[in-house]
Design a binder for this molecule. Structure first.
Ligand SMILES: O=C(O)CCC(=O)C(=O)O
Ligand SMILES: [Fe+2]
Length: 336
């Protein structure tokens, strides 16, 4: 196997009680987010078998009869909780990514109830555990990053304590080769929040834009999460940490035997993303420790909830058509 394209960070070293080990790993974490904005994370709270269980839930959920999924369809009015049909990943089906999704948030947030599939307690239990564990891990990573700019390690914690995070279960369904000419699985974007923890099945497709502006494959590695910096964390660190563009393209096509000969298809792919977001009412502006005479303030203050909602609504409104996409689109203010 070739060398991983991002640095591999060992979570167990970040939280090690040996200060030398922890400091070394935190340096590497900070530097990696400065250089590329992406890492592979290993040594964390749950074993690969737990992720396997989550993936088997995904397979089962997305193959439920459509009427059962429609019963828990989500959208902006449901705070993006529930099922998103393929055509609903954008209002105009022509522009939608080739995927269906299930979104969930903090299960204790009664103002935005999750829309769980009925009669399936294990699904709710396991994804709630997953959500909570990812939340804990992201806290430790935030602590490490704030320490690195000379702040108290608890400085950012009050701004994320509401657990207003989000998780998206993704099914990029099998398609014919022809329909891929004009459509993508997930068009180029940056994530909106603090840190994203991403778990992939063994089918590739994720690509990340490198410093030279080229798209490079970020293949999945068993037992590792891919973790990347989102826009709001980048803002907090005044752009020192990079919120890097990524996209999902098709893996190699497969040829199948059929009764009438052969057919070429793009195989399906499943992914589980957990997006760390600050509290809805948190005001995110560059930390003063990250603003200097040489590196002046790059961003204005934004209210986190407004930023996230606008970005999600825009995604749903417009979809991401590659030919219409411009690299700075996500930074343009939305007309309200
Ligand atoms: O499916 C993937 O690997 C990545 C998905 C992604 O980037 C996202 O949903 O923000
Ligand atoms: Fe993403």
């Amino acid at each position: 196997m070739s060398a991983p394209i991002f640095p591999v960070i060992d979570y167990s070293r970040i939280v090690s009680s040996n200060p030398m080990i922890a400091a070394q790993e935190k340096d590497k974490l900070f530097q990696s987010f400065k250089d590329v904005g992406f890492i592979y994370l290993k040594g964390f709270n749950f074993p690969p078998e737990f992720i396997d269980t989550l993936f088997s839930h995904l397979h089962k959920f997305f193959s439920l009869p459509e009427e059962q999924k429609l019963a828990i369809e989500g959208g902006e009015k449901q705070a993006f909780r529930g099922w998103f049909a393929p055509a609903r990943t954008a209002k105009n089906p022509e522009k939608a990514d080739q995927k269906e999704a299930f979104g969930l948030g903090n299960d204790k947030d009664e103002t935005r109830p999750n829309r769980w599939p009925s009669n399936w307690p294990e699904f709710r239990r396991d994804f709630t555990t997953f959500y909570e564990e990812c939340y804990k891990m992201h806290l430790e990573l935030l602590r490490a990053l704030t320490e690195k700019v000379g702040l108290d390690r608890e400085s950012l914690i009050p701004s994320v304590k509401a657990k207003d995070c989000y998780s998206a279960l993704l099914h990029y369904y099998e398609t014919s080769l022809e329909s891929f000419d004009t459509r993508v699985r997930s068009a180029p974007h940056t994530d909106f929040g603090t840190l994203t923890l991403l778990f992939n099945d063994s089918n590739g497709g994720l690509q990340v834009k490198n410093q030279e502006g080229q798209w490079v494959d970020a293949p999945p590695m068993r037992g590792h999460a891919i973790v990347n910096v989102g826009d709001l964390l980048s803002r907090w660190f005044n752009g020192q940490l990079k919120s890097t563009q990524h996209r999902v393209v098709q893996p190699p096509a497969e040829t199948r035997e059929t009764e009438n000969g052969t057919t070429t298809v793009i195989p399906s792919r499943y992914a589980i993303a957990w997006f760390g977001h600050p509290n809805r009412d948190a005001v995110v502006e560059p930390l003063k420790e990250c603003v200097t005479a040489e590196w002046t303030q790059k961003f204005k203050a934004v209210v986190a909830g407004k930023h996230v909602k606008e970005r999600m609504a825009r995604l749903l409104e417009h979809g991401y058509l590659p030919e219409k996409w411009t690299d700075d689109m996500h930074r343009k203010p939305i007309a309200v």
